[in-house]
Write a protein that binds this ligand. Sequence first.
Ligand code: ADP
Ligand code: MG
Length: 645
Amino acid sequence: MTRPLIELENVSRYYGSGNTEVRALDGVSLSISPGEFVAIVGQSGSGKSTLMNILGCLDRPTGGVYHVRGKDIAELDADALATMRRETFGFIFQRYNLLTSVSASENVEIPAVYAGLTLQERREKAAELLDKLGLGDRVSHKPGQLSGGQQQRVAVARALINDAEVILADEPTGALDSGSSDELLNLLEEFHATGRTIILITHDPKVAARARRVIELKDGKIISDTGRPSAASAPTETYRYSRKTPSPFAQVVEAIKMAFRSLRANPFRTALTLLGVIIGVSAVVAMLAIGQGSQKEVMARFESMGANLLFVRPGAPGTRMRGDAIATLTLADAEALNELGNVLAAVPSRSGSATMRVGNNDYRGSVEGTTEAWPLAQNRGLKYGTFFTADDVDRRVGVVVLGTTTAGNLFDNVQGAVGQYVFLGGAPFEVAGILEEKGATSWGQDQDDIALVPITTGMMRLFGQNYLSSITIAADDTDRISETEAEATDLLLARHGSEDFQLRNTASILESVEETQNSFSILLGSVAAISLLVGGIGVMNIMLVSVTERTREIGVRMATGARRSDIMIQFVVEALVVGGLGGIAGVLIGLSVCFILSYSGMTVAVTAMPAILAFTSALATGLVFGLLPARQASRLDPVTALASE
Ligand code: ADP
Ligand code: MG
């Protein structure tokens, strides 16, 4: 005798508890051998569907033991149950339970997706089955375009595609006319003849009469069983099942396709969901480009100063008095600093203003006393003529180098000014050269409104005092600048006895500018991130709606062998597809905004980083906000899911 395929021992299934407890199955013991054709009959409410759900591993018994091929079902986890369903059972439901949005062929293929068949294999097998069931010319029709009998035959093909050993049919003829009903029963008999086990639930005695064995249920108990069939009615063949292992890659590809299909099914809603992500992503791209653009612009202005400079100003750190009014720095300090290692030049400076006169032309402008090293420290050359020399400084010669603004105010011909005399504070100064133009600083000071004189001459004739406004130190090796800064500080401390000066470097000034700029970028970035978050909440909202709407689809997928992880992957992939599409569109729109802004004169720095960052965030948003709905979908109970409207 063959080992029983299915064995129930004292199995019960109770719903609810206490007063409302319903004993849908109450101590059922039953065994079914391979190749049997069994009808389970009974009045409505007698527990037939409950029994079928337990037999098909969609539901677990409350009590008792259930073995399939000798394996105790109680020991299997959700995934193992899914595998058991996929490899053993093919379900035919009274209400067909086809997915309305996909074709007949695609409906038939669903269980094969989870069994790991390739698209090609699935297509061929589905076509073959549908052809055999007389639907060869309906493969690409949607369920809505098929009659009830045709739909049920599609469902039969779906039950058969994985070569299930056991076909479980719950009132499959319930919604069919008698012609279609006869056809379906003939089909079931054919499959029985090929060695399959058929378990048919019905309340129609005519239908039950086609089975070899009839089991009658009443109030959750078996009240009659015609018993095992005689050898004569046994199937002519023994059933063989061929197994395959599903490939995760193919499953993800399938999930992506399904995702696009379900997004297409609701284009308006999809567009609105995408819009949320698109706005977020394009905001990130555009805001960061604007922030970086303004940072770049400001940095560029400061960087022209050179990174090798140190600035010494008189007055203790924190003093707010104007540098010129504090008498602590001297020419001797500058000379001492000049002797330090790694110092190209320590350039002293005394600034003030004076009235300049050429003929009848009077002009009051800024005058700065400095040394021959000024062009080196300022990184600024001459337009015409030459700069004054070290010798001019030593000998307190009356020479002057003019900026173009000053020269323009004093002379009709700027180039012709070289060699002419300017009266400064009543004394004649010969014009040695004209500085190259520099324009205005970012705070609006005209850098060409300047007259440079040897500091020694200036102190004697113009400024009326011997203290410096500043010393600019140009370092030789920028890498050693902090070392030089420390040495200069020590030197000045030693000379002055107290910290009555301030020393800063370009890098530290740049740093503080950069800090301000960064907080500006962070502000813009957070505004953008918030809109992306809002987009993400939109994705989650729509995914939750989608899970609710598609509960029955999830049930069908689970009944036909989808594991929890398959359902999870499907919904996560859908959310990722929304995030990805929104990300791509958002990046494109964000970049277009940048180009429009830069075209209209704004400095925007378009780099790959924000685009990559925003796209990745969109994907991550899809993932994070898709996880909860996906988890919710995968946790659905197959029986409840199938029963939902
Ligand atoms: P049949 O399929 O024979 O018509 P069912 O197996 O569907 O009967 O139901 C058997 C009994 O269990 C019925 O009394 C029904 O009301 C009850 N029942 C079925 N499903 C549930 C459920 N989810 N919760 C509570 N009671 C249920
Ligand atoms: Mg029922």
